[in-house]
Design a binder for this molecule. Structure first.
Ligand code: ADP
Ligand code: MG
Length: 247
């Protein structure tokens, strides 16, 4: 089942063609990696899909719905999760409270009567925290967490709206290599068990080749290759513009 279908996306900033005729789709339960050198247009593509940037042309479909013109908040309501934004957690609140706030927001309950709401969605929050291995730290403030643990809380927060599409722009940025692999392994497990369509960017090729079901390659706004990790690894053009420039 196709969850996200992007077709003919184009976006220019002044004279810079950040995206030119980009088309791809993501299926339920699939982990699709988008790779490419700096400036290739990856973040712009994420921002278009998420509703932050309006494309000059092209279409974005979520399930059967055309979602061009929807705002990020609408997209979140429609089941698009976005992980690992630095502002996604409230540092002084506990791990559990952060997840409860996200659940409250999704269920359209007012958070203004916090702290009387402290028991609302507590069970659901704890279940999400258990899934990401953070149940033992549920009562700690986010401000004291190790960076890798904070990333796992942000993953739990992103799961609070029960997303059908998860967007992850460089989710492992700033993490040490073993932690990167562990976070992506956890994300991949959750995505597959829940049938979530996941689109991610990542600089670490070990992470990409270990976890992506499929890879698309952008270069200067153009989609230049698409395939399984083995196909992309063997693609001459990809080696030239991307892998060749890094290794
Ligand atoms: P990537 O995430 O692959 O590194 P980006 O999507 O961030 O690439 O950028 C693609 C191109 O578009 C770059 O040349 C970048 O400078 C330009 N760009 C991105 N966002 C903006 C913006 N808001 N204003 C002007 N130029 C932008
Ligand atoms: Mg980027």
């Amino acid at each position: 089942m196709t969850v996200l279908a992007v077709s003919g996306l184009a976006k220019s900033f002044g004279g810079v063609h950040a995206l030119r005729e980009v088309s791809f789709s993501v299926m339920a339960g699939e982990l699709l990696a988008m790779i490419g050198p700096n400036g290739a247009g990856k973040s712009t593509c994420f921002n278009v899909v998420n509703g932050q940037v309006r494309p000059d042309s092209g279409s974005v479909r979520l399930g059967a719905a055309d979602v061009i013109g929807k705002l990020p908040r609408d997209m979140w309501r429609l089941g698009v999760g976005r992980t690992f934004q630095i502002t996604a957690t409230f540092a002084s609140m506990t791990v559990r409270e952060n997840v409860q706030i996200a659940l409250l927001s999704y269920h359209r309950r007012l958070a203004s009567w916090w702290p009387r709401a402290a028991n609302l969605y507590r069970r659901e929050a704890d279940a999400l925290l258990a899934r990401v291995g953070m149940e033992s730290q549920a009562g700690r403030p986010c401000s004291v967490l190790a960076y890798g643990d904070l990333k796992r809380v942000e993953l739990a927060v992103a799961l609070a709206n029960d997303p059908r599409l998860l967007l992850m722009d460089e989710p492992t940025a700033g993490m040490a290599p073993p932690e990167r692999i562990a976070l992506m392994a956890l994300t991949a497990e959750i995505v597959r068990e829940r049938g979530i369509a996941a689109l991610f960017t990542e600089h670490d090729m070990d992470v990409v080749f270990a976890h992506a079901d499929r890879i698309i390659v952008l270069d200067r706004g153009r989609l230049i290759a698409e395939g399984t990790p083995a196909q992309v690894r063997a693609n001459d053009q990809v080696r030239q513009v991307y892998l060749g420039s890094r290794h």
